[in-house]
Design a protein. Structure first.
Length: 69
């Protein structure tokens, strides 16, 4: 599973869900769905989210370590 840090990054910038939505051209509901793992964003959207936060993709979407190893 991949952890997303969207909520953390928004809080660091004092952005509302609507602010991020407007930066990347999606609906506020889409931001909510991504945050709740109900919607998997396209690769293009992943790039746009990282660009909006001015961070790398790996800083937004962090692979969780496999605990079975």
């Amino acid at each position: 599973m991949i952890e997303n840090r969207i909520k953390i990054l928004r809080a660091e910038r004092d952005w509302r869900q609507l602010d991020l939505a407007e930066h990347v051209g999606i609906s506020r509901q889409a931001v909510i769905s991504i945050g709740k793992y109900k919607y998997t964003p396209s690769l293009e959207l992943v790039f746009n989210i990282a660009k909006a936060f001015n961070v790398s993709i790996n800083e937004v979407f962090v692979p969780e370590e496999d605990e079975s190893k």
